[in-house]
Design a protein around this ligand. Structure first.
Ligand code: ADP
Ligand code: MG
Length: 442
């Protein structure tokens, strides 16, 4: 077998495609990406949140199909083989570790680890031998009889790793596997990955932590749909590699203090100056910076509002969901912890519109979003609603809870008066310049 385990050729992923009369947003997440994973590689990938890291992992591992381009998985073309064959490759040749360990709560750690082998119809002796071998390797042999909830976060993640490698896959795909762990446990987990890699398992790891990324031998930086930078460790020591990685990511951390969408503001020049102190590279001109008057250095998070009695499509389920409960609203943040906001703590809500410019083949247009700032006594959450077509119940909710809403452009009124999405879109389009002026955007 060739040394090339995963060969990716110019893959593109477009969400919400604009097909015929469906007014999709054509959201280009990946743009003609090439990638190669060879036997023995340990590749780490970083990128701003929402840059498509998870999408990329899903596409190269057969969990999702790219819109265009080619993926060869162990020599097999993903577009040519059927779902059954893909499922076989996934269960025998690839192990997955996610940030939420995804262990089954009513099963013991033993049964959780054994699950892939049971599904692969291995015999009991082999199952028993492997479960013990790998739980020992991960230092959790004493936990085999426990249920996940009786274990600590670090222990659960070890169990998830044991489950991922128990079928001895050639490739391990890890999507922010340390997202829920403290720094000590994170590094313990990475030492295990390093060891597995030394023993021959090839690894692709997505993380938002440069220190974690520095365990790899190769580093890729995903931004604007493309792999912008590649570093190869060669004989560099880990610390220098870490510093190299930091040099690349720091630039974006600066930008992530602001939203990378919406209108420019007059602080842009300052930011450019700041950035030039970090790196000599010129800044991409396409980075736009939001007016930061009231932003508390947090990234605006894209959320999809969920209403209790509404059925979600599979696609919607994959979005970051904002759930409404009786006393609070809750969502999983980009850093993968649950944010819970009690209505009683909300001091004020600010609504405003923003837009991004989308190229749709020959056509182009502005897509509009409703942004919502939830202001508490000592905190502020900045959300961008993805399903603006039907957010009226959200506004009703705030009104019902007697929350003070700051809505200078009368977004609530627009939604009440223009019930059809297209009408509303046209109305906003006609008045967008006015709104920008109102918010102080240029
Ligand atoms: P990352 O893992 O880098 O944070 P993702 O790959 O999860 O990014 O998402 C990239 C972008 O694609 C995000 O803006 C996200 O909202 C969007 N996205 C992800 N999944 C879907 C989907 N199923 N439908 C529409 N948009 C999606
Ligand atoms: Mg992700």
């Amino acid at each position: 077998m060739s040394n090339n385990l995963i060969v990716v050729n110019k893959i593109t992923k477009v969400y919400d495609e604009d097909i015929f009369f469906r007014r999709g947003t054509n959201y280009h997440v990946l743009n003609k990406i090439d990638f190669l994973l060879q036997k023995g590689d340990f590749v780490s990938i970083m990128g701003p949140s929402g840059s498509g890291k998870s999408t990329f992992l899903n596409c190269i591992s057969g969990l999702d199909r790219p819109t265009t381009g080619k993926v060869l998985l162990f020599g097999k073309n993903l577009t040519e083989i059927n779902d059954e064959e893909i499922a076989y490759l996934r269960s025998h040749e690839i192990g997955f570790v996610f940030q939420n360990h995804n262990l089954i709560e009513n099963l013991t750690i033993y049964d959780n680890i054994a699950t892939p082998l049971i599904l692969n119809e291995e015999n009991n002796d082999l199952i028993n031998q492997r479960v013990h071998e790998y739980s020992k390797k991960l230092g959790i042999e004493h936990l085999l009889g426990k249920k996940p909830l009786e274990c600590s976060g670090g222990e659960r993640q070890r169990a998830a790793i044991a489950r991922a490698i128990v079928s001895q896959p050639q490739v391990l795909i890890c999507d922010e596997p340390t997202g829920n762990l403290d720094s000590k446990n994170s590094h313990e987990v990475l030492k295990i990955f390093k060891e597995l890699n030394n023993e021959g398992t090839s690894i692709v790891l997505v993380t938002h932590d440069s220190a974690i990324a520095s365990y790899a031998n190769k580093f890729l930086y995903l931004r604007d749909g493309q792999m912008q930078t590649q570093l190869i460790k060669n004989k560099t020591d880990q610390k220098s590699f870490y510093e190299e990685i930091n040099r690349i990511t720091e630039k974006d951390i600066l930008f992530s203090m602001f939203s990378n969408i919406e209108g420019k503001s007059n602080i842009e020049d300052d930011i450019k100056r700041d950035d030039s102190q970090i790196s000599n590279e010129s800044i991409d001109n396409d980075v736009e910076v939001i007016n930061v008057d009231n932003s508390k250095n947090k990234t605006r998070e894209n959320v999809y509002v969920v209403f209790k009695d509404k059925k979600l499509t599979l696609e919607q389920r994959k979005c970051r969901l904002l759930n409404f409960e009786d006393k609070y609203l809750e969502y999983e943040s980009v850093t993968h912890h649950n944010v819970r906001i009690y209505y009683k703590d909300i001091k004020n809500i600010k609504l405003f519109l923003s837009a991004t410019y989308r190229q749709l083949g020959f056509f182009s247009e502005y897509m509009y979003y409703v942004n919502i700032d939830i202001i508490l006594e000592n905190d502020q959450y900045e959300l961008r609603l993805e399903n603006i077509d039907d957010v009226s119940p959200l506004f009703d909710m705030f009104i019902k809870e007697n929350i003070n809403i700051d809505d200078p452009a009368d977004i609530i009124g627009i939604y009440a008066n223009h019930k059809v999405d297209l009408d509303r879109h046209r109305y906003i389009q006609r008045n967008y310049k006015k709104f920008c002026k109102m918010y102080g955007f240029k």
